[in-house]
Design a protein around this ligand. Structure first.
Ligand code: ATP
Ligand code: MG
Length: 341
């Protein structure tokens, strides 16, 4: 029992996901492990197609079981999510785990008004009247910055703009004050002022209810501001894991160096063109056995054709052959001495 008290809120071990496609089975996620502690904000970053959404949807059992093969173990509050029956998982998702998915229509049903959907969600878990639940729904919609919330409760999802739908999904995810909020690009469809409002709401959720948050975002400024830890994904693997300070101040993986070098400077002269990493990431069809980043990495060598080893600096880890002084020199070359043309 003592062990359970120290266990993380979410513990993902060896998660691998492959899809059945016309051209056979392709692996999109390869042996991903990570933990989320109570009340912490973990940010997952990485290029488009690196597997961020697939990772989150798979651990919540939201992939099509007919075409998706999921391996590994996912423990949430001691429950093994991958083995839970559908109904139990659905109950958990509405109450203990809130999901703001990248595609708002995953969370919304087209045939009911958004007010009804949020109120129903509240009533599944709390013993409140229909009227009270509807009032709460309108309040939640107001808190995520939806204009005319009292009118919006009676609208169907298709009658809202993309940004409004996104906000309705956020309201729904917040409605049950979940222990874990999974937020996949929650602010991408929103304008800047609303983005800030929504981020504040997420932080409030953490501060008031001790909710943990997994936040996927392309905005490295947001990551630096709110995340406790950052995990970097590339071609279906978590290539670097560490605290936000570790990953921003002393990134270990060459892909992370490229990611850091591409953040625009806050002060000083703006570069006329942001540096970018040359080349394209591999698709799951081309997923190499060796390091997925090697074809774009200027430090690549023959060893990189084999599965990359895990390098450690305490709890800060990276999947890369580079280590020690050699890594330091390479890192400085990219991040400190060189202006990327
Ligand atoms: N149902 C599916 N069948 C086959 N391949 C899939 C399926 N779902 C996702 N993929 C592939 O898995 C890879 C990872 O996709 P994923 O949606 O996780 O990327 P992502 O990191 O979330 O990207 P983005 O930043 O663009 O949202 C992509 O190459 C995608 O094409
Ligand atoms: Mg995604």
């Amino acid at each position: 029992m003592e062990k359970a008290a120290n266990a993380p809120l979410l513990d993902v071990q060896g998660l691998s996901v492959s899809f059945a496609t016309d051209r056979g089975r392709v692996k999109a996620i390869d042996d991903v492990s990570f933990r989320v502690e109570k009340g912490e904000i973990l940010s997952i970053v990485g290029e488009s197609g690196s597997g961020k959404s697939v990772t989150l949807l798979s651990l919540l059992g939201l992939n099509d079981p007919k075409t998706t093969f999921v391996e590994g173990s996912v423990a949430f509050q001691g429950k093994r999510l991958l083995e839970l029956p559908d109904r139990a998982l659905r109950r958990l998702r509405g109450k203990e785990i809130g999901l703001i998915s990248q595609d708002p229509m995953t969370a919304l049903t087209p045939v009911y008004t958004i007010g009804w959907q949020i109120a129903e969600q509240i009533r599944t878990h709390e013993n409140v009247s229909k009227k009270a639940a509807r009032l709460r729904a309108a309040e939640l919609l107001a808190s995520v910055g939806l204009p005319n919330p009292n009118e919006a409760v009676d609208r169907y999802p298709h009658q809202l703009s993309g940004g409004m739908r996104q906000r309705a999904v956020i309201a729904m995810a917040l409605s049950c004050s979940p222990s874990l909020l999974v937020a996949d690009e929650p602010t991408t469809a929103l304008d800047v002022t609303v983005q800030a409002q929504v981020l504040d709401l997420l932080l409030k959720l953490r501060d008031e209810f001790g909710s943990a948050i997994i936040l996927i975002t392309h905005d490295m400024g947001v990551v630096a501001e709110v995340a406790d830890r950052v995990h970097v994904m590339y071609a279906g693997r978590m290539v670097e894991k560490g605290t936000t300070a570790e990953v921003f101040d002393r990134p270990m993986h060459p892909y992370s160096w490229g990611l850091m070098a591409s953040i625009p400077p806050l002060y000083g002269e703006k570069q006329s063109r942001l540096p970018s990493i040359p080349g394209m990431p591999p698709t799951p069809q081309q997923a190499p056995t060796g390091c997925g980043f090697a074809p774009r990495c200027r430090f690549a060598r023959p060893e990189c054709e084999a599965r990359p080893p895990t390098r450690r600096d305490g709890d800060h880890t990276a999947l890369c052959v580079l280590d020690g002084a050699e890594r330091e020199t390479a890192r400085r070359m990219v991040l400190e001495h060189e202006v990327v043309a």
